[in-house]
Structures are given as structure tokens and as C-alpha cells.
Design a binder for this molecule. Structure first.
Ligand code: HEC
Length: 133
């Protein structure tokens, strides 16, 4: 799990360092999306519906999502580069899925509720969030 997180951070750092020089923006975005799919086992293209249906967007500002832009929780842009989730959980793909499904299990006093989102949908959302910066 730790190795995955380091791989993810290293890959993101490499992509960031590549800047506009080596890869075009579109190619960088595609690489990030492929990596996010592999790390999470989720499909980012399926994430928008659940992020609205389960209220994520009502509490969080979510990158590239049309609709509500909540301010109750932290903005979710740049999530791949964050070290901790909710200030308590190391940011790995499995932990992100776990947090999205049941934040109270990791942090009993967190204000983020259990929304009822399924683990499969949480994987899609995790892929979506890791694919963006
Ligand atoms: C009622 C408001 C609310 C809803 C609904 C909600 N969240 Fe949160 N979320 C929060 C708050 C508040 C935090 C900060 C929690 C903490 O630090 O303890 C948070 C934290 C997070 C984090 C960690 C971010 C970080 O930088 O540490 C992620 C990821 C996240 N939420 C994703 C989601 C997703 C995906 C959904 C939908 C399934 C969702 N949230 C629904 C309020 C909400």
C-alpha cells in the first residue's frame, strides 16, 4: 500500500516535472487518467453521476464538474499530491476508496458523513479525483 502511494506520488511528480516540454497537455492528462485507472481499478468517466447523487459536490468543490460547488469540506482539486486524507489517513488509492465509503471508520469525529456510496462507485470517484490536478 505504501509502495503504491510512493509510486503514485512519483508518477505525479514526474508528470508535473515534464511540464509542457515533453508531452502536450492532452497527452499528460491521458497518462494521468490511465495511471489513475490502474491504481484504483475505477473508471473516472462514471464518477460524475455519483458525485452529485451522493452529495459530494454539495460539500466539496470538485475539479471539472459542472453543478454545485460546496464549501463545507476542502476543495478536492490536486488530491493526488496530498499526503493525508482527512488529516489522518495516508493518501493511498485503497485508503481513498475507504475514506469515501466510510470516513467515520478512519476518523470518528470527522464532519464528513457516510453517504451510502458503494465501494465500486467510490473507486470510480477515486480514479476521477486522482486523474485531475
Ligand atoms: C456534509 C458534507 C460532506 C459530504 C456530503 C461529503 N463530504 Fe467529503 N469531506 C467533508 C468534510 C467536512 C471533510 C474534511 C474532513 C476531515 O478533515 O475530517 C471531507 C473530506 C473529504 C476528503 C479528504 C480530503 C482531504 O484533503 O483530506 C475526501 C477525499 C472527500 N471528503 C471526498 C468526498 C466524496 C467523494 C464525497 C461523496 C461520496 C464526500 N466527500 C461527501 C464533508 C463532506
Amino acid at each position: 500500500m505504501r509502495r503504491k502511494a510512493i509510486l503514485l506520488l512519483a508518477a505525479v511528480a514526474a508528470l508535473t516535472a515534464a511540464g509542457g516540454g515533453v508531452l502536450h497537455r492532452g497527452a499528460q492528462a491521458r497518462q494521468r487518467t490511465d495511471l489513475a485507472r490502474r491504481l484504483t481499478g475505477g473508471e473516472p468517466d462514471r464518477a460524475a453521476g455519483p458525485m452529485i447523487a451522493y452529495g459530494c459536490a454539495g460539500c466539496h468543490e470538485i475539479p471539472d464538474l459542472a453543478g454545485p460547488r460546496g464549501r463545507i469540506g476542502p476543495p478536492l482539486r490536486g488530491l493526488a499530491e496530498r499526503v493525508y486524507l482527512g488529516g489522518v489517513l495516508p493518501n493511498t488509492p485503497d485508503n481513498l476508496v475507504r475514506w469515501i465509503v466510510d470516513p467515520k471508520a478512519a476518523s470518528p469525529r470527522t464532519a464528513m458523513p457516510v453517504t451510502g456510496i458503494s465501494e465500486a462507485q467510490a473507486r470510480d470517484v477515486a480514479a476521477y479525483l486522482y486523474a485531475r490536478r
